[in-house]
Every structure is written in C-alpha cells, then in structure tokens.
Write a protein that binds this ligand. Structure first.
Ligand code: GLU
Length: 534
C-alpha cells in the first residue's frame, strides 16, 4: 500500500515570510492536496539568537491570507498547536517546545559511533581558525582537524565523562565518515553525488541551551512526523548529504522522505537572488503582508498594496512551475489538479513585478461586480462618499450629500473595472460619477474652455437638458453626436469641453457614460460652475 503523503512547511520565525517562502509553502500544499495527504506546519525555532517576535504570527496570517491551510500544526484559532490530539498527533509543533526530545537522539548517535562530544571553547576554536587562516586555509571542524581538537575522540573516557558532567559549553557533533560517496536523489534535480571529504562535522546538539541545531531537529521531526516528501528551498541542498548520512546513522533509511529543492526566485533584472531588501529598493512588495520590524521599519506587503490573494497565489505558482502549456490563469483548485513536480524548473525563476500586476488585473476583471462593489465601498468611504442600501437597492444618487445607493456603485464598478489594476485604482476614473470637479486641470482648461467652445458646449447642454428620450448611454450618445453633426461643429472640441466641465480634465470616461450616471440636474450644475469660473 502506498504511504499517505505527508509534507511539511518548516519556517524559522526569524522574520516575515519572503514571497519565496510562501511559494515553498504553496508547492507543499498543492502536492499534499493533490494526493489527498497532509500538509503540516512546523515552527523551527531552535535558534534562539535569530528569533524575531511577531514572526510566527505573521507566517500563520500570511498563509491564511493565501488560502494555504495547514491540516496539522495550527488550530482553528490560528495558533500553533501545543498539545497532542487526534487531529494534531505530533504536538507540540514548535521545536523549542519539543526540546526534551532531541538529546536522546544525539546521544544514540554517539553510542553508535556516528557522533562525538566536543569540548572546545569558542576561544580555542577561534585560535584554530586563525592558525588555519595564517596558512591560507579555511578551518573546518572535521576529518582533517578533529583528532587535534578537544573531543571525546581524543580525550580519555574518564576526562570525557568528567567534562560532560561538570561543564556546560560542550556540543555533540556528527562524525562525518571519510571518503564516502553520498548518492542522493532530488525530485527536481535528479541524481546527485557528493564525497564526504568536503563536509565538516556539524553540531547536532548544544549543552549550553540544551537545544538541537536545525539539522538534528529537522531530521528527527521529519522522521517522527512521518514526512514523506521534503519540499524546500535550494539553500538547503548543501545540507542534503548530511541529512542523508543522518538518516543512515539513525537506521531510518527505509522511511527516509524524498527530497525536492526548489530553485531561487531571482531579481527582475540581472541574476541575483531576490532579497528581502529588493522590494523597497525596486518598488514592489517581496512580502505577502506588510511587516514592521522590531526597529519600526515598515516593508510593504502584497495584501496592503491591494493584491487579491488569488492573484498573488496564481502568480507565485507560475514562478518556477508551468503546466506544460501556455495557460496562465489557475484557481487554487485548478492548481491542485494541474501541479506536478516534474514541471518544476531547475533554473531560478525571475520575478517580474509587471506580471504580478497583470495577474491582479485579470483577477479584478474576473471578479463578480457585486463582490467588487463590496470591496470598493471602503475606498469610496475614504473619499467621503457613503453607500446606502444593499444589492436590492434602487439606483439613486445624491451629489449634494455624497450619498449613493449600492446599485449605483455596482453600475459604476461595471463601467470602470476594465480601467483598473487594483480596486483602489477604480476611484480615479470613477471620481466624476460621485463628485463634481472642484478644480480644473489648468492646461486642459486653457486649451478647451475657449469662448467659442464654451458657446457650443452651452448649446449642447441646453439640448441635452431638453432631450426627452431615456437619459441612458446609447440614446444620449446618438442624440448628442447627431446634434453636434447637424450643427457642423468640430466634434473633438465640443466633446473635450464638455468632458472638462463634467470631470475637470480632458481625459476620462466617455461623455455619454458620465451623463447617464449623473443625470440632467448635475449636468446643469456642473456647467454653471464652469461658467462661473470663467
Ligand atoms: N527551518 C528551515 C527554514 O527556515 C527549514 C528547512 C527545511 O524545510 O528543511 O527554511
């Protein structure tokens, strides 16, 4: 029987989740969903020096915003689970709270000859490092040096026992075997071989804080949590030989997970890695949500910039994966269906901020007008407009009071959504449908409010006020164009002058569109205001 798929996203709460981290979580999630398996969130917080307050809550909120929901590790309230239950059998899911668990595993490795105690003080190590550098070498704690250092391989059993008992600065290090070729397989990169001679003896456990290092905790927890695939960033590929050796040393080779190392996200230009700092430098977000660091510095987020989570997720999915054809738009469910590891690319994926906007535009267009109306409401309110009633409300507008019915807003949304990338962008084209211009763009005024234009526009306004057909886009347009043509007036001049009167500038929506929204009274008022200014 095939094993149940279990994957995990294992961030360290050292800061906000970068969009590359979100992509790692997403690919894990898609992989699990597709196979009807489990997606687990585990917090790898054993490096207390790098702990950043707020980072864990940020990670959970970011995943939630994206719709990447863990099956295990986080409860309904969005809290990391600390007590085991049927749904969360491996709790606690925060490694710092699993602290007591790891020492025995490290000691098991010592007992079996795969690891040893190291007693070197930081000063001793610093000295060894400096000496190596004097000879133009880099110091590694490992095969070439370990027999000259202070550890259980070089000290007597009694001295070792004494130091373990009486001192607290020691560590347990992995004893990397000599000249062994580690043969590894990566789901994305294929077969890889590395000779252990290039590898050092990594610290697995530290007596000082009684905490495991990343390597030990990661392997032990993946084993205990029955993880079947480890899907993570490429930066962990150099650790893979050690991880293989650890599985072997523990005798867990039979249940060792498969590995997939995802390529990096690259800067829009050049080949560098997309870093946390790039966003603010290059003018786009690199974080899913806004983040304020402990020093009070703020980094922008996709959510706060107005991106739809669906657009962000779709864009991220395509950064490094493709469906094998040129389709670009996928809902989460469609991604679950289409995703496959063999189409994840080996090469780094260049991030294109324009493409991110393109996605948002596409999703904005696909959104239901009623949903967009709800989303547009707070934008209107921020501009002093109040929206009355709900979807059943009749069309109504009160320019004096700045009050418009929900249905009126929905009609506006339908008209302007094509012109926007973000919900908040709809305000600019829509403004004249909610407010009379308070001022006029100076150069447009100079160009289009000439005595001659104003005269023609005035007559056109009188004509419109007397028009007794339905005051809707098509009939108004036909009548107005017909009237201008019959008079043999220059169409552009008259129309631009009218647009200036209605919107305060010579660009924007079509005249008939605007008229159909604002109606005759407001037309009359706006023309009177323009004339008053003149
Ligand atoms: N805690 C590691 C990180 O922050 C996890 C690496 C892994 O998935 O093994 O990226």
């Amino acid at each position: 029987m095939e094993k149940r798929t279990r994957v995990r996203f294992a961030p360290s709460p050292t800061g906000p989740l970068h969009m590359g981290g979100v992509r790692t979580a997403l690919y894990n999630y898609l992989f699990a969903r597709q196979r009807g398996g489990d997606f687990i969130l585990r917090i790898e917080d054993t490096d207390s020096h790098r702990f950043v307050p707020g980072a864990e809550a940020y990670i959970i909120e970011a995943l939630k915003w994206c719709g990447i929901t863990p099956d295990e590790g986080v409860d309904e309230n969005g809290k990391v689970v600390e007590t085991a239950s049927e749904k969360h059998p491996h709790a606690p899911y925060r490694q710092s709270q699993r602290k007591g668990l790891y020492r025995q595993y490290a000691e098991q490795l010592v007992a079996n000859g795969y690891a040893y105690y190291a007693f070197d003080t930081p000063e001793e190590l610093e000295k060894a490092r400096a000496e190596a550098e004097k000879d133009g070498k880099t110091f590694i704690y490992g095969l070439p040096t370990r027999m000259g250092l202070r550890n259980s391989l070089t000290l007597s059993a009694e001295e070792t026992a004494r130091l373990i008992e009486e001192t607290t600065g020691w560590t347990i290090r992995f004893k990397m075997p000599a000249d062994t070729v580690v043969k590894m397989d990566d789901m994305i990169r294929g077969h890889i071989e590395v000779n252990t001679d290039t590898l050092d003896d990594k610290v697995l456990w530290k007596r000082s804080d009684e905490l495991p290092t990343y390597h030990l905790a990661n392997i032990v927890d993946d084993h205990l949590m029955e993880i079947t695939e480890v899907i993570r960033g490429e930066e962990w590929l150099p650790s893979l030989p050690l991880h293989y050796m650890l599985y072997k040393a523990f005798g867990w080779e039979d249940t060792m997970p498969r590995f997939a190392h995802l390529s990096l996200l690259l800067k829009p230009v050049g080949n560098g890695k997309l870093s946390k700092r790039d966003g603010d430098k290059l003018g786009f977000p690199v974080f899913p949500l806004k983040w304020t660091n402990p020093e009070g510095e703020v980094s922008r987020g996709y959510r706060e910039d107005g991106y739809f989570p669906e657009a962000f997720v779709n864009m991220l999915a395509m950064l490094g994966w493709n469906p094998g054809n040129d389709r670009e738009l996928f809902s989460m469910d469609e991604l679950v269906e289409a995703f496959s590891m063999d189409k994840v690319q080996k090469a780094g994926a260049k991030f294109n901020p324009e493409k991110a906007k393109w996605y948002n535009r596409e999703y904005l267009r696909m959104k239901d007008d009623a949903d967009l109306t709800e989303l547009f409401k707070p934008v209107l309110e921020a501009h002093g407009i109040s929206v009355t009633g709900g979807p059943q409300s009749p069309l109504s507008s009160d320019f004096e009071k700045g009050e418009f019915s929900w249905s009126y807003v929905k009609k506006v949304v339908k008209l302007v959504k094509e012109r926007a990338t973000f919900v908040q962008d709809m305000w600019t084209p829509a403004e004249s449908l909610f407010k009379a211009p308070v001022e006029y763009v100076e150069k447009d005024w100079a160009k289009f409010w000439t005595a001659e234009n104003a005269e023609m526009a005035g007559k056109a306004v009188d004509f419109l006020l007397a028009f007794n057909g339905p005051f809707e886009k098509e009939p108004v347009e036909t009548a107005l164009v017909g009237f201008i043509k019959d008079n043999e007036w220059p169409m552009g001049k008259v129309m631009n002058c009218l647009r200036l009167v209605l919107t305060g500038s010579a660009s924007g929506l079509g005249i008939a569109d605007i008229l159909s929204f604002i109606g005759k009274d407001e037309l009359k008022k706006r023309f009177a205001s323009a004339r008053a200014k003149a």
